[in-house]
Design a protein around this ligand. Structure first.
Ligand SMILES: N[C@@H](CCC(=O)NCCCC(=O)O)C(=O)O
Length: 261
């Protein structure tokens, strides 16, 4: 039996379950599928969800079965770049790692999740995947464009320094995201070399860095919660009220989906 409390929270008998796509990594001649704990932690602690980690190395065949078991999809960041042939460009960063198996899993996953009305929260590479899945493309070297900030981290710096807030993001005035966060501008960290160029079908920017690059998107025509951010709200989320609000909102959307099942 479902109950709603006075804060409009939904008390399900079970926690909502959320799919996270894993990434490929090779170590000492063995293939691994990996997920960084920093991404899982706020999903558990602030969204109140149970993660299911899906290996992406066996192809997209079982996507529908995975999605039938979950109440949301959380697409994380990763150091790898999306294969640019998927958005009609030659590879300008051949020195960078790719993860074609994750691309081949996540693109149909996004289409299927949208069709099913599953809430989607996407971070960094995940946000770029949504744009590519919907027919958009990317700047492969955002940092080489005139007038743009360098959004990459300093590879020689400590992890603390790499994930420190470095630039602002301004949200569309009166947008749902500005209302959720209670302010129209926040400071964020930045660890990406690529960024959205042409918008995919139905993709709406809702936050921009001071160099006008796209930092947050959603899909206004979708019935479910959709949010993609280019920064890393998962990093020390417990210490960041904005990150907590985003994970809580995603968790709430997943609970609503679970209740509807
Ligand atoms: N490779 C893309 C995506 C960047 C991204 O997701 N970075 C994550 C860094 C590592 C992590 O925190 O998981 C780009 O460069 O734009």
């Amino acid at each position: 039996m479902l109950k709603k409390n006075s804060q409009n929270a939904i008390n399900l008998k079970r926690k909502p379950v959320v799919l996270m796509s894993m990434g490929a990594q090779e170590r000492k001649g063995h293939d691994y599928q990996v997920m960084t704990v920093k991404y899982i932690k706020p999903l558990v602690e602030h969204a109140g969800c149970v993660p299911i980690l899906a290996p992406t190395c066996f192809g997209p065949e079982d996507i529908e079965q995975y999605l039938s078991m979950v109440d949301g999809v959380y697409l994380t960041g990763a150091g790898s770049n999306i294969d640019p042939t998927l958005y009609g460009q030659a590879n300008l960063t051949p020195e960078k790692q790719q993860d074609i198996l994750r691309d081949q899993f996540d693109i149909p996953l996004i289409h299927a999740a949208l069709k099913m009305g599953l809430p989607i929260f996407a971070v960094c590479r995940g946000m770029q995947e949504i744009n590519v899945a919907l027919g958009g493309d990317l700047h492969q070297k955002l940092y080489s464009l005139p007038g743009m900030l360098d959004h990459r981290e300093n590879g020689d710096a400590s992890v603390e320094e790499q994930y420190a807030d470095v630039h602002s993001v301004r949200f569309t005035a009166n947008s749902w995201l500005a209302k959720l966060l209670g302010q129209e501008e926040i400071m964020v960290n930045s660890l990406h070399g690529q960024g959205i160029k042409t918008l995919g079908k139905g993709v709406q920017p809702i936050g921009y860095a001071e160099d006008a690059s796209i930092e947050a998107i959603y899909l206004p025509e979708a019935s479910q919660f959709t949010l993609g951010v280019q920064w890393h709200p998962e990093w020390k989320a417990a210490q960041n009220p904005h990150s907590i609000k985003m994970f809580e909102a995603f968790g709430y959307a997943c609970r609503v989906y679970a209740e509807s099942e």
